[in-house]
Structures are given as structure tokens and as C-alpha cells.
Design a protein around this ligand. Sequence first.
Ligand code: ATP
Ligand code: MG
Length: 366
Amino acid sequence: AVGNGRKYRIVVLPGDGIGPEISKVALDVLRCLGPEEGIEFEFQEKLLGGAAIDAVGDPLPDDTLEACKDSDAVLLAAIGGYKWDNNEPCLRPERGLLGLRAGMGVFANLRPAIVLPQLVDSSTLKREVAEGVDIMVVRELTGGIYFGQPKGFGKNSDGEPIAFNTEVYSVSEIDRIARVAFEIARKRRGELCSIDKSNVLEASQLWRQVVTDVGKDYPDVKLTHMLVDNAAMQLIRDPKQFDTIVTNNIFGDILSDEASMLTGSIGMLPSASVKTSGPGLFEPIHGSAPDIAGQDKANPLAMILSAAMLLKYGLGEKQAAERIEKAVTITLDNGFRTGDIMAPGKKLVGCTAMGEQVIKALQAIE
Ligand code: ATP
Ligand code: MG
């Protein structure tokens, strides 16, 4: 391919545990892809999480947040580990991640849950239920009960200690997440299922009303509504009925984990956190896997597929993204597996070797 000089500044946050190993592999893949697609990447590595606590005593250094806000997109591996588990709250790695999401203002969390044909047997579901599952969960990430005021601890009128949280959503918060979801559904199979608890919760009634209103701008997308308890059941009973799901912060937290567990391959799943304009944050859904860190055992595919999401949803480089997805498919077709997705008759490889196979496949694609 001949380049037309598209140039992007990417902040890379390797973080902790297996983070540095899988970051190295993903960057090698992007470096190989760039010239093929006529894209130039400028990578800038920054500290986040435990690594940042150790180096500068802050899980989210100012210069990390500034660089991220100033970038075209951010690629994050994973943060955290045993070493920092007993730290005081402000010196925990997770604080760095929450601060980064809030600081970047990324309100839409996109979590694909796909059962690849090569990995059907990794799924926790029966083969006939698992085959062909391809769901995108769009979760509202910066509002709802996790942030609503008032919240706290107190006493009721009898003097008994109580604790309380408040679910708050504004029309504009619902409107913007609904639009992200409709745009995505439109580019997929054209079906959007909005999940709420509108039979009990006022915030869910507003949610359903605003999503329905936004739907009038997307007559080509088939909108349905489902109550969250039913959705939790339907995801296990017949996951293929779902194309794109949109839901609030807390329901999305739970349902996206449920959906990803159906696939049985935590080392395979990417995610994106985006806003209407400005840089997005792209990261695998798995954690820093301290139990296998430094052993070259980690599956780098979730990180590589996060880089593909960065290209597609962060930079609008759809063709380059699809090239990576195809290279991953070819690598699996060629029988290469890391330990977490190993099956009889397949070839066991480590993190680095898996990356090399993806690059080989990438170079073989016309
Ligand atoms: P967090 O709280 O940060 O989400 P966690 O403790 O919930 O972390 P992970 O760090 O994701 O969970 O690890 C859960 C299990 O999955 C571990 O046994 C880990 O080794 C495994 N695992 C996670 N990611 C990978 C990967 N990329 N390749 C192989 N195994 C992985
Ligand atoms: Mg976890």
C-alpha cells in the first residue's frame, strides 16, 4: 500500500503485571501495520497505576493525564497487582484508572463479546448456543448510581446506621450515550436493545423515554427494550438474539462481564472508552494477571484487538483495523494458542511468539 501520510500520536500506558509484555507485542503489530496502511504512529510511553506509584508516588501523574488528553488516542494494557493491594486508597493503582477515565471524559464504554468459530469450545455455553455470538455492549460510564449525589453513610430516624447511593441521569447524558449506541448498531446488524429497570426505577423510566426519542433519528435501526433481570437470563439462554446493547453504568458493568464470560476467553477481549469527539481510551478487559506476569505466557490478542478498536473507533481507520482482525483470525486458523485458550491438537506458544505469528499473518494479507 502507498501511504498518504496520515500521522497519529498515541499515548501508550503499559502499566503493571503482564502489561509491559502485551504492550510490546501490540506496538510491534502497529509498527508493522503502519507502512502497509500508509499510517505513521508516534508512540509516547507514560506511567500509570502501580508503576507510577513506584516511580513518582502517584497512580495518575499529571503529565500522564495531560499527554492522554493531548493525544489522538490512548492504548492502555492493565494496572494493579498484589504489591499495592494494601496501600491506602489514594495510592491504589485503580485510582489511576478511574481518574484517567474521568479526566478524559470518556462516557461510552464499548465491550464486544464475540465467540470466534476457532474458539467455540472455550465458551462456557453449549456449542449450539455459543456458535455465532457477536454482541456489542455499550455501557454509560461516567454517570448513574456510581456518581450520583447524595451518597454516603448516615442514620435513619430510629438511629440505625444506613448507607445510600442515588441513581441520577440527565436527559443529555442519556441522549449522548444513546446516539453512540445507535451509530454503532447502524454499522453492525442494525438492532439495538436498550436495557433498564423501568418497572421500578424513575431513572430507568427517563432512560427508556430518551432512548426512544433518540431512536426517531435512527429509523433504520430496530430498537427494543428489555428489563435487566430478563436480559441477564436471555444472555445465557439465547445470546445470539442480541446485536448491540445499550445500558446504564451499573447494569452495563454487570452485563458486560456476563457477556464476556460467555465467550470463555478473557485473554481475547478488547474494549474502548470514547466520547463524542476527542481521544478515546482502548484497553483489554482483562487485568494485569500478576500470577503469570514476566513469564511470557500472557495472551496478547486482547491487547492487539484493543489496538484494532483504537484504529476503528479512535482514528476512523477501519481498513487498518480489519487487517489486524484478519491477522488474528489467520493466526488462530494456523493453530497457534497461548495457554489460556489451548486445546488438544493446537500449537502452544508464548506471548512473544503469538505476536510474531500475528505479524507474519499481517504481512501475508494482500
Ligand atoms: P482486575 O481486578 O484488574 O480486573 P482480576 O484479578 O480480576 O484483575 P485478571 O488480572 O484479569 O483478573 O486475571 C484473571 C485470571 O485470568 C488470572 O488467572 C490471569 O492469569 C488470567 N488472565 C488474564 N488476562 C490474561 C491474558 N491476557 N492471558 C492469559 N491469561 C490471562
Ligand atoms: Mg476483574
